[in-house]
Ligand binder design. Structure first.
Ligand code: GLU
Length: 303
């Protein structure tokens, strides 16, 4: 009897806050490499649910750049905003199940509460009710440890009650919070493995908590080290990391692969993207990044 190989579905889920920079290219390459070596599907989802942070046209710049780099995704790129009413419905379900509640606390109300590595630890002020016209929705947490195994970062454990407190799933301004949207869409799209930057590692227990409350399966997780500049700070749109361009795709992909601990032959730096992705499909292995939290692209010749 032969059994079907396990289905693999990965994804790249950029927020359209600006064009792709080298740090986000690494996340795209890492998730695509995993999908290629697992002979799986790879989806692109534009996470456009936070208009105040977005830049007009960034979605198109990101998609054009992914195309220029020869990434091939399954089906059309999806836009997270299309699913807002579904996110809203699940927030309502959590409220009617008694698992989430309105919270009228403003940022100012929380200035004196204890903080931990995840920020202010919500003290539960509105747990038993609040009266206000404007409110966020928070999901209840408890202090059972939430533990998962990250393929690169090892065993991760958090106690949400003492480390974050009940957290926001719908913001006061009416927008659905990232944790809620990402959990719902990853489940709806059948994502089996999430590959993203280690800066999101400490968000994962909150996302697993939501998966459990909603009855969703938990995917596998790989949090790759984040690219940092000479100053040790994460390369990001906020710190002004330069957008990548398509002038020399081979050299950029070769550099990205080196940063991700692969050993691409020198000749690949002059190859076209098809040849490079073929090499990746046959040689990809993230194991050398185990336990690392930072990548220094400058040490590989970036910049
Ligand atoms: N949209 C998020 C970002 O660009 C990534 C979300 C995720 O991979 O879970 O930072």
């Amino acid at each position: 009897m032969t059994s079907e190989p396990a289905r693999y579905v990965g994804r790249f889920a950029p927020s359209p806050t600006g064009p792709l920079h080298f740090g986000s290219l690494l996340a795209a390459v890492a998730s695509y490499g995993q999908a290629l070596v697992n002979k799986g599907q790879w989806l692109v989802r534009i996470e456009d649910i936070d208009p105040p942070r977005e830049q007009a046209g960034a979605d198109k710049l990101i998609i054009d750049m992914l195309e220029a780099y020869g990434f091939e995704w399954d089906g059309p790129a999806t836009y997270q905003s299309v699913f807002t009413s579904h996110h809203e419905a699940l927030v309502s379900r959590l409220i009617s199940d008694g698992l989430a509640y309105p919270c009228s606390c403003s940022r100012r109300d929380l200035v004196n509460v204890p903080t931990g590595p995840l920020g202010a630890i919500y003290p539960g002020t509105c747990r038993d009710g609040c009266a206000a016209d404007e409110f966020a929705i928070r999901v209840r947490v408890d202090d059972e440890p939430i533990e998962f195994e990250d393929a690169l970062q090892g065993t991760i454990q958090q106690r949400l009650q003492s480390e974050s407190g009940d957290f926001i799933i719908k913001r006061r301004d009416g927008l659905i919070a990232y944790h809620m949207a990402v959990v719902v869409d990853d489940f709806d799209q059948g994502i089996t493995e999430i590959v993203r930057g280690v800066d999101l590692l400490d968000s994962t227990p909150r996302q697993i908590h939501l998966q459990r409350l909603l009855g969703f399966t938990t995917p596998a997780y790989i949090h790759i080290p984040v690219a940092v500049g000479e100053d040790g700070d994460k390369l990001s749109k906020l710190t002004g990391a330069a957008a990548i361009n398509s002038d020399d795709v081979g050299a950029s992909l070769h550099l990205a692969l080196q940063c991700l601990g692969q050993q691409p032959p020198e000749t690949l730096a002059r190859a076209n993207s098809g040849v490079i992705w073929q090499w990746v499909a046959e040689n990809w292995n993230l194991a050398t990044l185990r336990g690392q939290s930072k990548i220094h692209p400058a040490r590989h010749g970036y910049g």
